[in-house]
Design a protein around this ligand. Structure first.
Ligand SMILES: Cc1ncc(COP(=O)(O)O)c(C=O)c1O
Length: 344
């Protein structure tokens, strides 16, 4: 297929057609040469695993928690990564430094390669790549709300799909739900779980404010979000009550605020779910501000270069990831409008 117009690499250029380098299987390679074979197992059977990370002021927030989740996701999908979480931390820092990134998005991904297309492929080689690119804040005028559409697609039960893994296999659903939401003129989809309870958005966890307290589904059928954990800890620091429990869709009627949390979304207020409207409320705003202070405070890189530290991502009880490392503060970052198009 020939191009009718030149593609100028830039913010709107296709992702695969940019300058720069990508870390692939242990080395930095030119961006356009970071390819995989069409007969890669991961492409055909959906077993790839990935992360979505954000760099603020040149540091990846909660880097080690993300690397550890990538390792754990691969394990859930039946394979071991050839790199430890600490090695992935180092690879990520190398990519971020090579890109000269200050504020940006980081995408580690791992997949079984092109050795065989047998479904059961224990000996298939596993590849890992880490790419990073600038993703500056889009809005400078404070948070805006997004509008959700309840999808007909549901998050599957833990005995139906590997729901704990951040795997491509799950994102077919999110992609379909997101398409449906956009066709309905909404920004994003709200998915219910297999029992019809509130679950999450296509790439973010869900919180409702009910009688001044935060209520959020437990990470049973939804991703155990790193931002979710951070926000729960920040809420408790603000003396807010946080209740993790199953939520019925009818509780949306009673909610005074709704917001989402995710690496890409940060703390994202929701101003409508289907016909129900919500204000940009003070609880969500306070948490969005606290989250911004945390990510910009340089305290979120809990990576342990010895690889012997907390790899669960749950050991940080303050939720601020504060390991005593220094960092620079900065302005508010916000990318709400990128939700439909942006990565997860
Ligand atoms: C389906 C889904 N739920 C929740 C989240 C939020 O997770 P995190 O806060 O770790 O980015 C994401 C993003 O990774 C996601 O894709």
């Amino acid at each position: 297929m020939s191009r009718t117009a030149p593609v100028i690499p830039g913010p709107d250029a296709p992702l695969a057609d940019r300058d720069g380098v990508i870390w692939l299987d242990g080395a930095l390679v030119p961006w356009r040469e970071a390819r995989l074979h069409v007969l890669s197992h991961g492409l055909h059977y959906g077993g790839s695993v990935f992360e979505g990370e954000r760099a603020y002021d040149g540091r990846v927030f909660k880097l080690h928690e993300h690397s550890a989740r990538l390792v754990a996701s691969a394990r859930e999908m039946g394979y071991a990564l050839p790199w430890s979480a600490a090695e992935l931390d180092a690879a990520t820092r190398e990519v971020v430094a090579a890109a000269g990134l200050t504020d940006g998005y980081v995408r580690p991904v791992a997949w079984r390669g092109g050795d065989t297309l047998r479904l059961v492929a224990p000996d298939s080689r596993v590849h890992v790549a880490v790419a990073a690119w600038p993703w500056p804040r889009i809005f400078t005028d404070g948070p805006r709300g997004i509008r959700l559409h309840t999808a007909r697609w549901r998050r599957p039960a833990p005995d139906t799909a590997p729901v704990r893994a951040k795997t491509a296999a799950q994102y077919a659903l999110g992609s379909l739900a997101g398409q449906e939401a956009e066709a309905a003129g909404r920004d994003d989809a709200l998915l219910l779980d297999h029992r019809g309870r509130l679950a999450e958005a296509t790439g973010a966890n869900l919180f409702l404010v009910l009688d001044g307290a935060l209520h959020t589904p437990p990470p049973e059928c939804v991703l155990d979000g790193i931002t979710r954990r951070t926000v729960i800890a920040l809420a408790r620091d603000l003396d807010l009550t946080v209740v993790e429990r199953h939520l019925a869709p009818a509780e949306l009627e009673r909610a005074t605020e709704v917001f989402l949390t995710g690496t890409a979304y940060e703390v994202q207020p929701v101003t409508a779910v289907d016909a129900r409207e919500y204000p940009l409320g003070e609880v969500g705003t306070a948490l969005a501000e606290a989250y911004t202070r945390t990510v910009r405070g340089g305290t979120g890189d809990t990576s342990d270069t010895t690889g012997t530290g907390d790899t669960t991502g749950t050991g940080d009880t303050t939720g601020t990831g504060d390991t005593g490392d220094s960092g620079v503060g900065g302005p508010v970052g916000e990318v709400p409008a990128a939700v439909p198009d942006g990565p997860r």
